[in-house]
Design a protein around this ligand. Structure first.
Ligand code: GLN
Length: 202
């Protein structure tokens, strides 16, 4: 820990965004607007600089190809054993216990089964406004070729649903959204993650 950190231990957590592919810069912007410092992560060793990590939306298969090289997957597992991780859309697929349609390797950080591209071609992208556990106001949710969380374990808390299926879930310090909160103006989801990170550092 450097001295700058010691001066403000909990106010500005430094949150990494996996910057291999996908909409990582929108996440970095959302984090900055939520009172965190955002850093881009492209190599496993850069994880050491982060208090938490966001795995963004994009194409999980493409991200996996990159992560399967250079021990990156193991580095992520080790990181998540101690620090908060938030996966959105493709990122949620990467952190699930099991992936279907088709099956692919995943990190197993979240006790959930996820089905990729579950909403079919015709409605592959949509915007929904729905209630959540994050406050009384409805939340805008942007879905883009979204996965569906079809099973969750007993420790998974459901913070929002679409058609009865969970779309925002939390398991301890692991958070997952099947939509793209970084693409809406409402910052409650990022704020919630930043608060989780801040509290986990106390
Ligand atoms: N369909 C993508 C996948 O399976 C996820 C889409 C997204 O992240 N917006 O990886």
């Amino acid at each position: 820990m450097n001295s700058l950190y010691e001066q403000s231990p909990a106010t500005h957590p430094r949150i990494g965004v996996l910057a291999i592919q996908g909409d990582y810069s929108a996440h970095a912007q959302a984090l900055t607007e939520s009172g965190a410092e955002a850093i881009e992560i492209r190599k496993p060793e850069e994880l050491a600089n982060a208090d938490a990590l966001i795995l963004p939306g994009g194409e999980s298969t493409t991200m996996l190809k990159f992560l399967e090289r250079g021990n990156f997957l193991n580095a992520l597992k080790e990181f998540a054993a101690q620090k908060p991780v938030f996966g959105t859309c493709a990122g949620a697929i990467l952190i699930a216990r099991e992936v279907r349609h088709p099956a692919q390797v995943s990190l197993g950080l979240l006790d959930a089964v996820v089905e990729r591209n579950a909403y079919g071609r015709q409605i592959d992208s949509s915007i929904l406004t729905a209630p959540t556990e994050l406050g009384p106001e409805l939340l805008e949710m942007v879905f883009i070729r979204a996965p569906r969380i079809v099973e969750t374990g007993p420790e998974v808390e459901i913070l929002a649903r679409r058609d009865g299926f969970p779309v925002l879930v939390r398991q301890g310090r692991i958070l997952a959204a099947t939509f793209h909160p970084e693409l809406s103006a409402d910052r409650r989801v990022h704020q919630y993650f930043v608060d989780t990170v801040t509290n986990s550092k106390l």
